[in-house]
Design a protein around this ligand. Structure first.
Ligand code: UDP
Length: 327
């Protein structure tokens, strides 16, 4: 990224802010973040703002926009991304996945930039194939509670592929599996902030369903390293990035307990509708094409995440509640 100019749509979010940081570290000439701050936050931009190569524009990319100056890459990470967020912001999620992505693609086209689309393992829905390879087309309920995100991201991939075919735009598509680390929002409802906050407050772990559903957890710096490798490659087809170490949610609760040195009992709450039963990325393509695989162990990643959450005001007093349980 040395000497390159990049725009990060969704730059004030969890992944977006880490990407901006990494691009600057890698010697980018300029990085501009565009974010409506709907789920992103000013706090995530605080360190970035100290660098004169960085600027932020508060703008909802669902509305047309342009940016001054040259751009080599447009990274599109703009979307509510936790199940609780997109359940609370269904129309916003559909809109940003559709109109927002199109405005981002038009920006890349005008600038002659590479367009990098953050897609998701949610395109596989509740998968019938395991582990999930990029060739799997998925099992998505088109009208269920998760559909606003899943279908927006599927439409996003279709749109990106169409721009590639129709306009010859250079594109990258990453399918991101569960990722965690500092700057996740305490109350976004996802299992990592929820369990970490519960452990730090000595509260019970809220396990949805029987806890035998599986996920795997990739540390944020590993994921962002994969983004950079993909952006600099010439791989135009979708690539999975995530950690292939699969575990049950019950095992994950115990991992958080061990890393935090605390936490109460396991309590079971109802499983949300369409919650995928099993998920694990097949990362053969990322290994072969990008030379990428996760390097950070779960215990190291959790330690860094826990250290971050310890510094977040109110963590001990106001444990990350399982907001879905109260819907
Ligand atoms: N989960 C849980 N307790 C919580 C939050 C989530 O048991 O307080 C479960 C959830 O049902 C899912 C998994 O943890 O099976 C991962 O949920 P998350 O919302 O982090 O992301 P998802 O992979 O579902 O998008």
């Amino acid at each position: 990224m040395n000497g390159k100019h990049a725009a990060v749509l969704g730059g004030a979010g969890f992944l977006g802010s880490h990407l901006c940081e990494r691009l600057l570290q890698d010697g980018a000439a300029s990085v501009v973040s565009v974010d409506s701050l709907l789920t992103g936050s000013e706090a995530n931009l605080r360190e970035l703002r100290k660098d004169s190569r960085f600027r932020h524009v508060t703008h909802d990319i669902c509305e047309p926009f342009d940016l001054d100056g040259p751009l080599d890459h447009v990274f599109n990470l703009a979307s509510p991304a936790s199940p609780i967020d997109y359940a609370e912001l269904p129309l916003e999620t559909l809109r940003v996945g559709a109109r927002g992505t199109e405005h981002g693609l038009e920006l890349a086209r005008r600038k002659g930039a590479v367009f990098f689309q953050a897609s998701t393992s949610e395109v596989y829905g509740d998968p019938l194939e395991h582990p999930q390879r990029e060739s799997y087309w998925g099992n998505v309920n088109p009208i269920g509670p998760r559909s606003v995100y899943d279908e927006a991201k599927r439409y996003g991939e279709a749109l990106v592929a169409a721009y590639r075919r129709t306009h010859g735009l250079s594109v990258r598509i990453v399918r991101i599996f569960n990722t965690y680390g500092p700057r996740m929002r305490l109350e976004d409802g996802r299992v990592v902030p929820a369990f970490v906050a519960q452990a730090l407050a000595g509260k019970d772990f809220t396990v949805f369903g029987d806890g035998r559903q599986t996920r795997s957890f990739c540390y944020v710096s590993d994921l962002v390293d994969g983004f950079v490798r993909l952006a600099l490659s010439d791989v135009e087809d979708p690539v999975n990035l995530g950690n292939p170490e699969e575990m049950t949610i019950l095992q994950f609760a115990e991992a958080v307990r061990a890393a935090a040195g605390g936490g109460g009992r396991i309590v079971h709450l109802p499983l949300p509708k369409d919650d995928p039963q099993r998920r694990r990325p097949d990362i053969t393509l990322a290994r072969q094409l990008l030379g990428w695989e996760p390097r950070t162990s779960l215990s190291d990643g959790l330690k860094q995440t826990i250290a971050y959450f310890r510094g977040v005001p109110g963590v001990a007093a106001r444990p990350g509640e399982a907001r879905r349980a109260h819907r």
